[in-house]
Design a protein around this ligand. Structure first.
Ligand code: GLA
Length: 383
């Protein structure tokens, strides 16, 4: 995205000089649906991002313009509430959360553009929220700590978008580091960076171009099922607060007899937390083959036990599983559409995309989009 172009567009719209902010989308190597269960995740920020241009206004108005939707959304900082324009809610929700925490905001002009594909499971919404938090922080000199920007962004998603999400996406957007994955412990919020050395291989995302309508409500339901499982175990072990504190024996004894579906969901999460720990070891030892096998296991679990996959995602994973040039493949993110993440031998990527795209079109009548992604740095000013 060209900074001068962003500035010129902003000047035409608002006749003012903006501050520019960039906040990236994210991938997740492994560790799915573990964040809201106090487990670990292994995301990375990517080289696709949301860009925001922002300036102060003399009045208390909020004037937003979205490049993707070619639409204005006008409201007041004195009376923040949900908009009919769903894209605006990710921005207004963050302003609302900042105010909730006592930060003083004035009116502002705001322009948003980006190249994170929407609805593809690359967390364009988290990128918008984090870009907004950081842009308002800079514009009004609020000195919001980085961690709070991520937490405020997460809370905005919960309150203004209605998804009871974990912290992974917003954390990755803010704290991403080029050439690294982040290993985040969502219980303690401690994190470290793992170098992502893929020698000869690349991360390839295959976008199903579907987002099934039930995605948000199913996500909230899974989270509630995990909490139910924890509550049953807690009746016997007072120290247990999340599935991170639970083992398979506890599930077998106290959850399985109560509800087999809740049991299956909880078992997936407990296994996935353990799987991530082995995956981190494999990555640190440069064993991409080992990492890839674990990714396939994660997909199996997400599809059969946690039941957040869909036929399009399963098709794409099944199609690459037998191939020597693909070390690992799985659905990524919340589920019910979006992308698969694949570790693929570099020189085979072009042929693979061509072959899969025609198979996918034949099977579903849908276009397959493919992106090779690089990891990148987190939210920052953009010049
Ligand atoms: C979505 C949520 C995250 C996380 C993933 C699943 O991306 O926003 O918090 O729960 O799904 O791992």
């Amino acid at each position: 995205m060209n900074a001068q172009h962003l500035k010129n567009t902003f000047k035409k719209l608002f006749n003012a000089e903006p501050i520019l902010v960039r906040s990236p989308g994210r991938i997740n190597i492994i560790g799915e649906h573990t964040d809201y269960n106090g487990g670990f995740v292994m995301p990375a920020a990517i080289d696709k991002a949301i860009y925001v241009a922002i300036s102060k206004r003399e009045d208390d108005d909020i004037h937003l313009f979205s490049e993707s939707y070619q639409q204005f959304d006008i409201s007041s900082v004195k009376d923040l509430k949900k908009s009919e324009n769903s894209w605006a809610n990710y921005i207004l929700g963050v302003a609302d959360q900042l105010k909730e925490r006592g930060y003083k905001l004035g009116g502002f002009n705001f322009y948003i553009d980006g190249d994170v594909p929407l609805g593809a499971g690359l967390s364009s919404s988290a990128a918008v929220e984090c870009a907004t938090g950081f842009a308002l922080d800079q514009l009004f000199s609020l000195s919001v700590p980085k961690m709070d920007i991520a937490l405020i962004a997460q809370k905005a998603e919960q309150t203004f978008a209605g998804v009871n999400c974990g912290i992974m996406d917003q954390f990755a957007s803010v704290f991403g580091k080029k050439d690294h994955a982040i290993m985040l412990d969502c219980r303690s919020m401690e994190y470290s960076y793992i170098p992502l050395k893929l020698d000869g291989y690349k991360l390839l995302l295959l976008n199903t171009n579907v987002k099934h309508a039930l995605a948000d409500s199913a996500y909230n339901k899974r989270r509630a099922q995990c909490e139910q499982g924890v509550a049953w175990v807690k009746e016997h072990y007072a120290n247990v607060n999340t599935l991170r504190d639970v083992d398979l024996n506890m599930l077998e004894a106290y959850v399985k007899p109560m509800d087999i579906d809740v049991y299956n969901k909880c078992r997936f999460v407990v296994e996935e937390i353990a799987r991530l720990l082995s995956a981190a070891e494999q990555l640190e030892n440069g064993n991409l083959q080992g990492l890839g096998k674990l990714m396939i296991e994660t997909h199996e679990g997400l599809s059969k036990e946690y039941e957040v996959s869909c036929k399009e995602l399963d098709f794409l994973v099944d199609a690459v599983k037998p191939l020597d040039e693909v070390l690992g493949a799985r659905m990524m993110g919340g589920g019910f559409g979006g992308c698969t993440i694949n570790i693929v031998k570099e020189e085979k990527i072009a042929d693979l995309i061509e072959e899969l795209a025609s198979k996918y079109l034949l099977e579903f009548g849908l276009k397959l989009d493919a992106y090779t992604v690089q990891t990148d740095n987190g939210t920052s000013l953009y010049n």
